[in-house]
Design a protein around this ligand. Structure first.
Ligand code: ADP
Length: 331
């Protein structure tokens, strides 16, 4: 059967384990040999016992766990050709020419580059005597499928990324807990959530917890926001503004804990679809990302989505809010 390897890279998120599990089991079901690569690209470069063959039972009892059981890492070596050559050799020696990458736009960019570089890497490895002519002939094409694991929901081309829903659950639990003490003490609480350039967690969290005021990067505060906020608060509570104010920064709590049912199902569906995409891939199939589109797991072009995501991030940094929001709309 085909050799398929799955790895998680960059920041972790809840639901990655469900995706890994689905890739392993769907892969075995369709007759592939499936491998884990531990610690992302670093494990691919280092090889050895970082690359292990998976069995049906090796992914039992992981779906309810947060984070990623196969580890994630950032890897400097993979950015250089030298590192990618080591990675390519480690894959070829195990007959792996199909990769499932679960990560953010950086990890997906790396995978795309790897595919583009693959013919040159094979040539170099052959010249150096690291692989044989026969190994080169057997491994001419590298197939890539990506899935986006991120709690920020900041990737263009999918309705939801793996982990976002669980993070939202963490947020509303925290706000509900804080709200009960806030009401008892006439205190005002300000909560900072994650999301980087994307206000999804703030917006959805605010609606779900009936926040009085919300700040999102796509709609930055105007200079008179304190007046507007007081006006808004006044309509709720007449004798406001003597309020004691506390700030809570939720931080990595949002990325931790058990994945929600939605993220487990999302990981399962995307993982299964990723394997099908690899099985159907031919020599001229471009890398794709499995995305959620109207509750369907579909394949979208990887690099087009990555470039759009990066363009949105740049627009946000340049304070071109309207352009960013427009670009981010469904592709
Ligand atoms: P994320 O995937 O969450 O966006 P990073 O941007 O840190 O996280 O990328 C994760 C890893 O992917 C990097 O540590 C590196 O090994 C690899 N990577 C990212 N960008 C590139 C690139 N342009 N070329 C090669 N590898 C890359």
């Amino acid at each position: 059967g085909k050799g398929v390897a799955v790895f998680t890279s960059g920041g972790d998120s809840q639901g990655m384990n469900a995706a890994v599990r689905a890739v392993v089991r769907m892969g075995l079901y369709v007759g592939a040999r499936v491998f884990f690569i531990k610690e992302g690209y670093q494990g691919m470069v280092d090889g050895g016992d970082h690359i292990v063959e998976a069995t049906w039972s090796s992914v039992s009892g992981i779906i309810h766990k947060g984070g990623t059981v196969i580890g994630s890492a950032r890897c400097k070596d993979f950015r250089d050709r030298e590192g990618r050559m080591k990675a390519a050799k480690n894959l070829i020696k195990r007959g792996i020419t199909n990769l499932v990458v679960i990560g953010g736009d950086g990890s997906l960019t790396g995978a795309n580059l790897f595919k583009q570089d693959w013919p040159a890497l094979l040539q170099l490895l052959l010249k150096k005597g690291e692989i044989t002519e026969e190994e080169k002939a057997k491994n001419t094409h590298l197939n890539i499928v990506g899935m986006v694991g991120s709690i920020d929901n900041d990737f263009c081309g999918t309705d939801m990324t793996i982990g976002t829903d669980s993070a939202l659950h963490r947020i509303i639990e925290a706000v509900d807990a804080i709200a009960s003490t806030a009401y008892s003490h006439q205190r005002c609480f300000i909560l900072e959530v994650m999301g980087r350039h994307c206000g999804y967690l703030s917006l959805s969290g605010s609606i779900a917890t009936e926040a009085d005021f919300m700040f999102i990067p796509e709609y930055p505060p105007e200079h008179d926001w304190p007046a507007k906020m007081c006006e808004k608060l006044e309509s709720v509570i007449c004798d406001q503004l003597g309020f004691d104010t506390r700030i809570t920064v939720l931080g990595h709590v949002q990325r931790g804990g058990s994945p929600s049912a939605f993220d487990r199902l999302l990981g399962c569906r995307m993982g299964a679809e990723a394997v099908l995409a690899l099985m159907e891939a031919t020599s001229d199939t471009e890398p794709c990302v499995i995305s959620l589109d109207g509750n369907q797991a579909v394949r979208v072009p990887l690099m087009a989505c990555v470039l759009k995501t990066q363009a949105v991030a740049r627009a946000m940094q340049d304070r071109n809010w309207e352009q960013a929001v427009q670009m981010r709309g469904r592709s």
